[in-house]
Design a protein around this ligand. Structure first.
Ligand code: PRX
Length: 675
């Protein structure tokens, strides 16, 4: 097959087109073909070399991996280092103090440029301020901030003194914050008066006041016995919006006053490689969020290694932009630790992509000359929905590499991303990983891999992943199963904070001795890995296993569809039935009369899915909707769609970015379902 021609045999959704790297890209790529052979020949030696090459150690390690306490790993266990020193100070010492670390773009249009030398002074002041507030090495600090430089500075300041940060996404409620503070027994909360979102100032401090409780409850010994379930003694408040806020004297402290009073010199505290760096809460299959915790040396090694090789980072010339908020793991590993440890220049942006216009992201790319962009398929599909004229109005020629993360990227979105944003030129890396894995695990390597739309392709050198059947046997090429990680990796979680049993049960009991990621996957004829979504999103229709993702991909491959979500609704006859919710593209909505609404659209799409995958995958019901219910991190909440599809009362909508979406969708159900 020649390059550029789809191979209809390769994929049911016509994703056969391959995108080999250009000779120019390969010639300058960081990743070398020998990496794989090197890692395969001596995996531990490979990681030890990465750790020594990419990080500066205060005390070198003698042991690479201790797996005797499995499933808790110890990597580089007797080494000592400091994460903040690695992310900041050493770059200044190496003469790069004038390099821009952060280009900050506030949503209202205010900007700040922070060099590595300035970052060093700011984190030193912040570290001294934390110490002045009584925060000690090993204490936990909750961070509840908008996407502003202080979020990065606060995280680094914690790392600098060996305190463990627990970042709570600013979109979470007071109750979510309270349970996280209580679970980690945080002694301090760092927050802001508010932030800017969708053109106006939103408040953050009231949620902290509610979470931390009254002054009487908050001040006093840290004994964990506070009846409000919180142990925070102080609240450090960044002034971002200038809005009025309630103030609790003795407990609340202004960030700028605390930093002004502090020295800008601070000696980073050396900690052991296995010293906890952060806790990050993520949802599991039960209601209680899991406090995933990561430690220092192994985590930083893999963040730096992946950032360098998967994003081909050239610290001197690249401008890296990961659009994730620091409230998620992507923001931890690819806004803070990976890029800064590698001495990168990056962009951080406070607001949403459509404020004040739908061209905001592309304006930022051209303004700062962003060279590497890392975002989520949901964002890409949203941009597709808005139409390509919008990015088409900006100069995106600085971009040389695009990344995707968070959910399977359907081939249609992949090729749109490369063509419209990447100018038909850039490699696209679809990176699979999780909060638990800490850093990227499965991804193409730019300059080496031929891009394959829709596939995350291969485990990175040094990573052992496979797709297995119910009995943990690797499946043959062309078959599907469960994604597992078969060897410990440096950035792996070290547990669930305070709950070692849950850690063992959740990840290590389905296949004893093997990490079960919770995702379904298949290997194609080449052995490349395709993620099929969480296993609980896999449907069984008349005894046939179907992936929601695969059907969504098929729907989105129709030119009329911008976005689609598929759920399995219980069905008396077939066990489960496919119900699809679709958003039509703007250009087709305008021509709704021509193509017909309701039944015609549904009939067209059902025929299309039948053609792409087969009659078994044909949705029983297709609902045309204007929005899909998404969490604030952009994940589609299929659980809620399942409620709608099964005519149940819609469940808990508190984690939705916009809770009115469900009303709109439920209303749609009152129109008779198309046949
Ligand atoms: O189902 C996989 C999906 O996101 C899950 C992890 O979610 P979280 O811990 O929130 O981390 C997201 C950012 C790393 C995985 O179990 N996922 C993540 N990346 C991909 C993906 N699914 C398919 N393709 C990906 N590239």
């Amino acid at each position: 097959m020649t390059h550029g021609e789809p191979n209809p045999l390769e994929s049911p959704v016509g994703a056969g087109r391959r995108f080999p790297p250009s000779a120019e890209f390969t010639a300058q790529a960081n990743a070398h073909p020998e990496l794989q052979a090197w890692a395969a020949a001596d995996r531990l030696g490979f990681w030890a070399d990465q750790a020594r090459q990419l990080l500066s150690w205060g005390t070198d390690f003698t042991e690479v991996l201790d797996w005797s306490a499995a499933p808790v790993a110890h990597w580089f266990g007797d080494g000592r280092l400091n994460a903040c020193y690695n992310a900041v100070d050493r770059h200044v010492e190496a003469g790069h103090g004038d390099r821009v670390a952060l280009h900050f773009e506030g949503e209202p249009g205010d900007t700040r440029t922070i060099t590595y030398a300035e970052l060093q002074r700011e984190v030193s002041r912040a570290a001294n301020a934390l110490v002045a507030l009584g925060v000690q090495t090993g204490d936990r600090v909750a961070i509840y901030l908008p996407m502003i430089p202080e979020a990065v500075i606060a995280m680094l300041a914690c790392a600098r003194i060996g305190a463990v940060h627990s970042v709570v996404f600013g979109g979470f409620s007071a109750e979510a914050l309270r349970t996280r503070i209580a679970d980690a027994q945080a002694v301090l909360v760092i927050t802001a008066d508010g932030g800017f979102r969708r053109g106006s100032a939103t408040a953050l401090k009231p949620a902290v006041d509610e979470a931390v409780g009254s002054p009487a409850g908050a001040v006093g010994p840290v004994d964990g016995a506070d009846h409000r379930g919180t142990t925070a003694r102080n609240v450090l408040v960044v002034r971002r919006t200038g809005q009025d806020i309630a103030w609790t004297p003795g407990r609340d402290v202004w960030w700028h006053e605390a930093l002004e009073a502090a020295s800008d010199v601070h000696e980073p505290v050396l900690v052991g490689s296995e010293h906890p760096l952060f806790i990050l809460y993520t949802s599991g299959t039960t209601g209680k969020p899991k406090g995933i915790f990561h430690t220092t040396g192994g985590y930083l090694t893999q963040c730096a290694y992946t950032h360098l090789n998967v994003f081909d980072l050239k610290a001197e010339t690249d401008v890296f932009w990961c659009t994730a908020d620091v409230g998620w793991v992507t923001g931890h590993s690819y806004v803070v630790y990976g890029p800064l440890v590698n001495g990168a220049t990056q962009v951080i942006y406070e607001g949403t992509p459509d404020t004040p216009t739908k061209g905001r992201w592309w304006d930022i790319v051209s303004k700062y000359g962003v060279t590497i962009l890392y975002t989520a398929p949901t964002a890409i599909r949203t941009c597709m929905k808005w139409g390509e004229d919008i990015p088409g109005g900006y100069d995106l020629s600085s971009l040389r590499l695009l990344g995707s993360v968070g959910e399977p990227i359907n081939p249609e979105a992949w090729t749109w991303y490369r063509r419209v944003i990447g100018g038909d030129r850039t490699p696209v890396v679809d990176t699979w990983w999780q909060t638990e894995t800490g850093a990227i695990m499965i991804s193409p390597l730019p300059g080496i891999s031929s891009g394959k739309p829709g596939s995350a392709q291969t485990p990175l050198p040094g990573i052992a992943a496979d797709v297995v059947d119910e009995e943990a046997h690797p499946v043959a090429n062309g078959s599907g199963g469960y994604l597992v990680l078969t060897e410990p990796w440096p950035a792996m979680l070290r547990g669930i904070w305070g709950d070692p049993q849950r850690y063992a049960d959740t990840y290590w009991s389905r296949f004893p001795g093997i990490y079960f990621a919770g995702d379904g996957a298949k290997k194609d004829a080449d052995g490349d890995i395709w993620l099929l979504g969480r296993v609980d999103d896999v449907m069984n229709v008349s005894g046939h296993r179907l992936s929601t993702t695969e059907i969504e991909s098929a729907l989105v491959s129709h030119p009329m569809v911008a976005e689609a979500a598929v759920v399995g609704a219980s069905d008396e006859t077939t066990g489960q039935a496919v119900v699809a919710f679709v958003i039509l593209r703007a250009e087709y909505l305008d021509r709704a009369d021509e193509i017909g609404e309701g039944a015609d659209v549904a009939a067209t799409l059902r025929a299309h899915v039948t053609k792409e995958i087969g009659p078994i995958a044909k949705p029983r019901t297709i609902l045309v909707v204007n929005e899909l219910p998404k969490t604030r991190s952009g994940k589609i909440m299929r659980r809620l769609l399942r409620d709608v599809a099964e005519h149940r009362t819609v469940g808990d909508v508190t984690t939705l970015a916009d809770s009115s979406v469900m009303d709109l969708i439920s209303e749609g159900l009152h129109t008779p379902p198309p046949t």
